[in-house]
Design a protein around this ligand. Structure first.
Ligand code: ATP
Length: 953
């Protein structure tokens, strides 16, 4: 079989030995593929991508647009209007030059346009979300050209040697080369929730079923525990997941809470307008005593129906959400689930991890403690250059035999890699471990060398629950009995005895110490007595209370390699080596972000796996907790039942030494207290808490794929301050949506009332034709509404408490504002209408049509909305108090819209088309004067609310 025929043979990899598989793919377990080979194979097999099938088809998206009840009503209006036009046409009632079916065509055009607009926006939103998903797609650690590199999942090719660790979502199918406690959850493929233990060394019969092939791994499955090295055998659509394309998660197209509210609003508006139509028609007929005014009444009704539908609203909302998502991603908050954009603003509590989110996750070891002495370590960053100081004096590490022993443990019990790239020292892997490699390097103990001297044969990997890890190394080659270099290395004097293996363990100091029975002093191990334990714990507390992250180290000589899963029993009876304390400085921007949270009524909470004193020192420094605040530890939490925890959650701001499952209980308790919780997480076991949280936040840099998959939002920079920024953006988006809904619906109500008032006042005919109403709703309302959607945040946006995500769209006075403003709108316009009617019939002359009162009403309604747009930019600030160019779009929209409106009155072809009449300048001035009253009214309202000490909505 050549490399060319790989994809077809995908089903038999489990029946091959590792070496055979490597040979078939021309690969090497240690050096991987070369760059040229990768390029060739990429050409040949294409990128490692699955073709998306799950989403809606283009036709489905288009069809869905016309399921909207408001559009259906408009279609009905178009049909009735067309029938009336047909009757007029047949009866020869059309004026010379008048285009028949104008309104019908316009309404249908709007319906189609709205449908297309909705379609374009929705498909773009789906594409954008798909693109965002790709952005959040995993990178994969592979060996290429003998080097470890992280590459995008799509660049993986058959033959690549891929490394797996806990939390990784596997990006391609592959044959295991080696594994350590590797457990993989394959539910995406097999439906089996239980994680599967994988074994590289097996060779299985060809007909082994998918779920039982424990020597291979599959794309889309998740590493729950352990580590593994895999030879990639299949990529892209040739993987098992690729074959079952329907299993792919489709792009989410669930309506957001806001879209649901808009559907409800549509239903209310449509049913409301139908009731109004019925009242007008029945009332008119009863008033006349016969059916003669039926036709006029029908026309009035049609206009009212068109007026009540906010034709431009769905488009404006979609655009606002899309812009909000884009703004957030520019600020490093990647939204994975669209509703989060709207609901982020409602967050009341942010539960944040410490390491990397509140702190920089750039660890530098500052002190070590061995043999009851604390040494200070100098140096910066990851460069393995620095000195050891004892009592202010520079000392040589090798003069104190416990130090090299401790540093060997640092180097060997370690999965990170220290590399020099472009002159700078970088680490690949966990920064905590990187700092330990650097520390060892400062005393000349190089990890690579020691990996060779003490080759790793087994391990008990790190997990947040265990809070420790162990590595078992070979001291002597058991098979041959031949000693390795180690046996003669003076650094290990006293560490290795006659046993062929040695286990190094590191982790939470209390935990490690509790598992030790001896202590390494000089070149010997001694019994560990209680006094020494107390001294070590005191040293630990001293380091932790300075905010240092402290790890404890121990070792144990072993006669044989302990079996997998025997960690509880094997990690006992160890010999204590010492403590290492590293500084992880708080992120400088977090202090201000915490302060901003407090002012915004949001409570920040620190949840960390670290020691309570370390947690307290950093939380106090950042302002998350005050001196003396209660810290709840995982142990205490474990002893509490749900009710007890619920009583505490509002009082505790620091949770220390917690495990991921505690996070879930904390979120649930907070939610039972009515809090709207954002929770961060990075590990595979954080996924349940992230799903449970109202806003689950995964870490973009250090987060596992599984946590990202469970999240609503991904922090591209892992930074707490970004959560606060996103919350602010969420508030701005929601406030702006409410702002233009107020703006648009207030005007709609004004239009409907004005139209209904005309027959009541005995004014003949309909003041506004459907075409003119559509123009207003789409253009003269739509453009300023779009501009209002990008209104910058009001200065107090983060100085007020969050709003409930479950509040109705009409809450906090929005409904009453709409009705109130609608009525004011109508009153102003109706007064003008009555005056204009009398005036245009009284003042006649060449070019002056007595019907021009209708154009005055039309123009006044449009211009009044311009004043409304300017005034509504702020709920509380007067327009003169605001920077007029802080949202230049509103000014621009007002100018453009006013010019367009004037063109409808003064450009003859447009005038003919829209059925308007020429207005002399004095009449236009009167229209503008009346319109200005709208602006004045909104400003007066602001003053009134200010005077009453209330906030307007
Ligand atoms: P946060 O939850 O705020 O990110 P954290 O990084 O301390 O804090 P974990 O990564 O769950 O949380 O670590 C929990 C504890 O496990 C640490 O406080 C430390 O004592 C220990 N620990 C962390 N990393 C390692 C490691 N690589 N090897 C051994 N022990 C570790």
């Amino acid at each position: 079989m050549s490399a060319n025929s790989l994809p077809e043979s995908s089903t038999t990899w489990h029946s091959l030995e590792v070496d055979k598989a490597l040979g078939l793919l021309n690969s090497n377990a240690d050096s991987g593929l070369t760059t040229e080979e990768v390029e060739q194979r990429l050409q040949k097999y294409g990128p490692n991508e699955l073709e998306e099938h799950g989403g809606r088809s283009a036709w489905e998206i288009l069809f869905d647009q016309f399921k909207n009840i408001m559009l259906l009503m408009l279609i009905a209006v178009a049909f009735i209007s067309g029938s009336l036009d047909f009757i007029s046409w047949q009866a020869g009632e059309l004026k010379p030059g008048e285009i028949p079916f104008k309104d019908t065509i316009a309404i249908l055009a709007i319906v189609i346009l709205n449908g297309i607009l909705g379609y374009v926006q929705e498909s773009r939103a789906e594409q954008a979300l798909a693109a965002l998903k790709k952005l959040a797609s995993p990178s994969v650690r592979v060996i290429r050209g003998s080097k470890l590199v992280d590459v995008a999942a799509k660049d993986i090719v058959p033959g690549d040697v891929m490394l797996l660790e806990a939390g990784v979502q596997i990006s391609a199918d592959g044959r295991l080369i080696e594994q350590a406690n590797l457990q993989v959850r394959e539910s995406a493929l097999t439906g089996e929730a239980e994680a599967v233990n994988k074994q590289a060394s097996l060779q299985l019969p060809e007909d082994t079923s998918l779920g039982d092939r424990i020597n291979v791994v599959y794309q889309g499955t998740e590493v729950v525990q352990g580590r593994g090295k895999v030879l990639v055998t299949n990529t892209g659509m040739t993987t098992e997941l690729g074959k079952i394309a329907t299993m792919l998660q489709s792009v989410e197209s669930e309506p957001t809470p806001l879209q649901q509210r808009m559907t409800q609003l549509g239903n209310v508006l449509v049913s409301g307008s139908l009731v109004l139509v019925a009242i007008v028609v029945v009332g008119g007929v009863i008033q006349a005593g016969n059916f003669s005014p039926l036709r006029d009444l029908l026309e009035v009704s049609l206009s009212m129906a068109v007026a009540v539908v906010p034709e431009g609203l769905p488009a404006v909302i979609t655009v606002t959400l899309a812009l909000g998502t884009q703004r957030m991603v520019r600020r490093n908050a990647l939204i994975r689930k669209l509703p989060a954009v709207e609901t982020l603003g409602s967050v009341t509590t942010i539960c944040s991890d410490k390491t990397g989110t509140l702190t920089q996750n750039k660890m530098v070891v500052q002190s070590i403690y061995t043999n009851h002495q604390t040494f200070r370590v100098t140096g910066e960053g990851y460069a393995p250059v620095g000195e050891f100081h004892l009592d202010g004096q520079n000392v040589q590490a090798e003069d104190y035999p416990e130090i090299p022993a401790l540093l060997v443990a640092c180097a060997v019990c370690n999965d990170s890699v220290l590399q020099k790239e472009a002159g700078e020292w970088m680490i690949l892997g966990d920064p905590t471990e990187g700092a330990l490699v650097t520390l060892a390097g400062k005393a000349g103990i190089e990890k690579d060398q020691w990996n060779y001297k003490l080759p790793r044969v087994s391990e008990f990997p790190f997990s947040s629950e265990r809070k420790r890890m162990s590595v078992i190394s070979q001291v002597e080659k058991v098979a041959t009995g031949e000693p390795t270099m180690t046996a003669v290395d003076p650094t290990l004097a006293g560490l290795v005895n006659s046993e062929p293996y040695i286990m190094f363990t590191k982790g939470s100091p209390e935990l490690i110490l509790a598992r030790c029975t001896a202590i390494h002093l000089g070149a010997n191990s001694d019994h560990l007595n209680d006094e020494q334990r107390q001294q070590i714990l005191a040293a630990n507390d001293q380091m932790a209370s300075k905010g240092l992250r402290v790890l404890g180290f121990a070792y144990k000589p072993l006669a044989e390699v302990p079996p997998e899963g025997s960690d509880e029993t094997s990690e006992q009876g160890m010999v204590w080596l010492g403590l290492v304390g590293m500084l992880d400085a708080p992120r400088p921007e977090v202090r201000a972000a915490v302060q901003e949270c407090r002012e915004a009524g949001i409570r920040p909470i620190m949840i960390t796996g670290d020691h309570q004193l370390t947690a307290r020192a950093i939380a106090t420094d950042l302002g998350i907790a005050q001196e003396g605040d209660r810290v709840l530890t995982g142990q205490e939490l474990q002893r509490m039942n749900d009710q007890e925890l619920e009583q505490q959650v509002d009082l505790v701001s620091i949770y220390a030494r917690v495990s991921p499952e505690h996070k879930l209980r904390i979120v649930q308790a907070l939610q039972r207290r009515g809090r709207f919780v954002a929770m961060t997480g990075d590990g595979v076991n954080d996924a349940p808490a992230l799903k449970q949280a109202d806003i689950g936040i995964a870490m973009g840099i250090t987060g596992t794929d599984v946590s990202k998959e469970a999240s609503d939002m991904v922090l591209l920079d892992d930074n707490f301050a970004t959560i606060v920024t996103a919350t602010k953006e969420g508030r701005v988006v929601y406030t702006n949506i409410r702002r233009f809904i107020k703006y648009i619906l207030g005007s709609n109500i004004g239009e409907v009332l004005t139209i209904a008032a005309a027959p009541l006042l005995g004014l003949g005919g309909v003041p506004l034709t459907p075409l003119q109403i559509l123009w207003m709703n789409l253009v003269t309302d739509g453009l300023p509404a779009l501009a209002l959607a990008v209104e910058p945040p009001e200065p107090d946006v983060m100085k007020r408490p969050p709003f409930s995500p479950r509040e109705s769209i009409f809450a906090r006075g929005l409904g009453s504002y709409m009705v109130r403003i609608g009525i004011i709108f109508a009153i102003i316009t109706i007064i003008l209408m009555k005056w204009a009617y009398d005036h245009s019939h009284a003042v006649t002359g060449p070019g002056l049509d007595p019907e021009r009162w209708k154009t005055m009403v039309f123009t006044s309604l449009c211009i009044a909305q311009m004043g409304h747009a300017i005034a509504i930019r702020s709920n509380n600030q007067l327009t003169i108090e605001m920077n007029p160019v802080s949202n230049p779009y509103v000014l621009g929209a007002v100018v453009v819209t006013t010019i367009l409106q004037l063109m409808l009155v003064y450009v003859p072809p447009l005038r003919d088309f829209f059925g308007t009449h020429w207005l002399p300048l004095d009449e236009l001035a009167i229209c503008v004067g009346f319109s200005a009253l709208m602006f004045v009214w909104v400003e007066m309202e602001k003053l009134f609310f200010r005077f009453m000490g209330k906030r307007s909505v």
